[in-house]
Structure formats: structure tokens, C-alpha cells
Design a protein around this ligand. Structure first.
Ligand SMILES: *Cc1c(COP(=O)(O)O)cnc(C)c1O
Length: 379
């Protein structure tokens, strides 16, 4: 039996995915690589406005390759948002790098550009610059890319965008993922579009894309006898899953609209309630509202985030705290953190509400009513 009637962010298939998968079956392309992979890459590149897109087995794999191809090697420091999912950080460790965690700013909840600028200036003076900066676009919202890019450019540091949660979001008139040296997307089951599992690396650098394709296919040299000059990975996406992805990509815009309209409905029901504040939409772009997230001030609201989450679970509604900051995770104990109090505060008070693109107006009403019921109880 399922624990929840209303899930946080379930898959939302349109129907056309099944036809495309059938086509893969009919032609017996049940393999990694194949015509759907090539089409998916081309269509994805066009959709986000990137010269190159490389389809991979996960967002984590895409980030691993992006970091490696940006030169991250053992001993290198890499700046990364502390308020994120652990997959933003693990690939830094795969490469023997050292994550340096940076706090969020309040406008977008993303990487604080002032802290990044200051850190890079200080490290440049000591001639100890980090190799890369990983900017995460949290919950569907772009980080302050203009300032981050300028700071990275000034010091010759690679900017990598972790856009796993933010397909469909923009920074000024550009899609997230296309501003930095490389951008990374995820098609995990809970993301805005899904292939059940998968990822994409985008870049304007044709050489980087070619290197990523090669490394993802066991670094095979072009020879019939399987020749290898370097260590590779098995990171390519399967043709079957690429078929699902092509179908999902066709309805991306509908999915973004549905997620944004979830947010509008939540805001209409809960926006005026004292103690509740929604994640802001920064002035520099479109928030995809992958997840609707809010903070609860327990003194003003009368119940805290955990009480609300448990009350929702009692009603079979799945909600989650925001990501626990990486500088507070035991696995990264001892790593340097620059600030961290904003992320900690967001974690303590933050809640993600059910946000699937297949959520009905009635579902949203049920969730909002359940949140309000915890307030009534507290009086
Ligand atoms: C989901 C996610 C990833 C990883 O994607 P996978 O496809 O699950 O490997 C990376 N970063 C962030 C911020 C994510 O939310």
C-alpha cells in the first residue's frame, strides 16, 4: 500500500512517450545509444538553446563529466551551494576534489554571489583559486548567474550550472544551463520531466561535448578491436529511455505552466497567512516552480515546519523539509563553509508542498486546508 494519496512530485506521462517506446521495440533498438538518443540530444539542445547536448544515465553522471572536463583533479577546491541535494557534491569527491560550501542569499535561496566574489578575490591574492564553481538552480529558480559568471570569468574559474531541478527556468532571456561553461539536467522520476532515470550535459564547447560522449562510452577509441587510451565510464542513456524523454520534452512547456499554476493556487489559499512566506521569484528570470516551497515562522504561525509535515502525513499527503545543508551533513564534516546561517534558517523553517504537474485543484485545496488546520489546532 502506498503511504500517500498525494505525492510530492510524481511522474506525469502524456501518452506520446509510449508510442515512442513502442517504436524502439518495433525496431529492436533496446540498447544504450540508438536513434532516439541522437534525436533526444538534438531536440533537447534546440529546446534550451544550447549548441550541444549529451544524453547520459543520470544528472549525477552529467555533473561528474562536467567537472572532470573542466579540469577538476585531486586536491582542487570547488565552490558549491550548501543548500542543495547531495548529488551536487558527490561528483566533486569522485574526482578527489574538495568541496567548499557557500551560503544562500535570500532573494533566490541560491549561491550568494557576494560571498563568491569575496572568496575568489581572497584566493586570487594567495594564488589558490578553486578549479570550478557549481551553481545550483534550486527548486526551479535560477541563481544570480550574471554576477556569478562575471566573477568566474574575471578569475578564469569554470562555472558549472547544476540545473537538475530547473529545466524550464530562465535567467534574463536565456535558459538555465546555457550560461556557464557547462550545464547539467536530470530526468529522475521526481523532476519536471522524467525518463525514470537519466541526465543531460549541455555546453557550447564542441570539444567538451565530444570528450563527454567518449568518456561516457568507456572511452573507446575509434577502432574495431576496442582500443582504450584513458579510463572511461558507462554513462550513456539507453535508447528506450531517450524515447520517453523525447515524449516528455514535447510537453515541457505544459508541465512548467502546471507547476506555476500549482504555486499560484497555493499562494491564493495560504499567501496571506501570518508566519507563511513562499520562496521568492527573483527579478532576473522565470521560476519553473518545480516545487512549491515555503517557510513557516513557528511563533507567528503557531506550529512549526515539522508539526505541519507530520499533520500532512497523517492525512496521507507527502511534504518534505528543504534540503539539509551540505555543511551540516556528517559525510562532509571538516569541509570549509563560507557562511551558512541563511541555509540553516531555510532548512529549519522550510517545507516543500506536493507539486506534481498532475495535481488537481481539489488536491491543492486539501493540502492548503491541512496546513491551515494545524494553525487552528495551535490556538
Ligand atoms: C536530482 C538532482 C541531481 C541529480 O540528478 P540524478 O539524475 O538523480 O542523478 C543533482 N542535483 C540536484 C540539485 C538535484 O536535485
Amino acid at each position: 500500500m502506498k503511504d500517500f494519496d498525494i505525492l510530492l512530485s510524481p511522474p506525469d506521462m502524456d501518452g506520446v512517450e509510449r508510442e515512442l517506446v513502442n517504436e524502439a521495440f518495433d525496431t529492436n533498438w533496446i540498447a544504450p545509444l540508438g536513434p532516439h538518443v541522437e534525436s533526444f540530444e538534438r531536440e533537447f539542445a534546440a529546446a534550451v538553446g544550447s549548441p550541444e547536448a549529451v544524453a547520459l544515465s543520470s544528472g549525477t553522471a552529467a555533473l561528474h563529466l562536467a567537472l572532470q572536463l573542466s579540469g577538476v583533479a585531486p586536491g582542487d577546491d570547488v565552490l558549491v551551494s550548501t543548500l542543495t541535494f547531495v548529488a551536487s557534491v558527490n561528483p566533486i569527491k569522485y574526482l578527489g576534489g574538495t568541496p567548499v560550501f557557500v551560503d544562500s542569499e535570500r532573494q533566490s535561496w541560491n549561491l550568494d554571489p557576494a560571498l563568491v566574489e569575496e572568496f575568489l578575490e581572497a584566493r586570487a591574492r594567495r594564488n589558490q583559486l578553486p578549479r570550478a564553481v557549481v551553481a545550483v538552480h534550486l527548486y526551479g529558480q535560477s541563481a544570480d548567474l550574471g554576477r556569478l559568471q562575471a566573477a568566474c570569468h574575471k578569475h578564469g574559474v569554470a562555472l558549472i550550472e547544476d540545473a537538475a531541478e530547473a529545466l524550464g527556468a530562465s535567467y534574463q532571456n536565456r535558459n538555465v544551463g546555457t550560461v556557464g561553461h557547462a550545464g547539467v539536467f536530470s530526468f529522475n522520476g521526481n523532476k519536471i520531466i522524467t525518463t525514470s532515470g537519466g541526465g543531460m550535459l549541455v555546453t557550447a564547447n564542441r570539444d567538451l561535448a565530444a570528450r563527454a560522449r567518449k568518456l561516457a562510452a568507456q572511452a573507446r577509441e575509434p577502432a574495431a578491436h576496442y582500443e582504450h587510451h584513458e579510463v572511461g565510464y558507462n554513462y550513456r542513456l539507453s535508447n528506450l529511455l531517450a524515447a520517453v524523454g523525447r515524449g516528455q520534452l514535447r510537453v515541457l512547456e505544459k508541465r512548467v505552466e502546471a507547476r506555476r499554476s500549482n504555486f499560484d493556487r497555493y499562494r491564493a489559499s495560504l499567501g496571506g497567512v501570518s508566519g507563511i512566506e513562499f520562496m521568492p521569484e527573483a527579478h532576473w528570470g522565470r521560476h519553473s516552480r518545480w516545487l512549491t516551497t515555503l517557510t513557516i515562522d513557528p511563533h507567528e504561525f503557531g506550529a512549526d515546519r515539522e508539526q505541519i509535515r507530520l499533520a500532512l502525513a497523517d492525512r496521507r499527503i507527502e511534504a518534505r523539509p528543504l534540503w539539509k545543508p551540505m555543511h551540516r551533513q556528517p559525510v562532509f564534516e571538516g569541509c570549509e563553509a563560507i557562511g551558512g546561517s541563511v541555509a540553516e534558517h531555510l532548512f529549519e523553517q522550510g517545507l516543500c508542498l506536493p507539486s506534481g504537474s498532475n495535481l488537481s485543484e481539489t488536491d491543492i485545496g486539501r493540502v492548503a486546508e491541512a496546513v491551515l488546520a494545524t494553525k487552528a489546532l495551535s490556538r
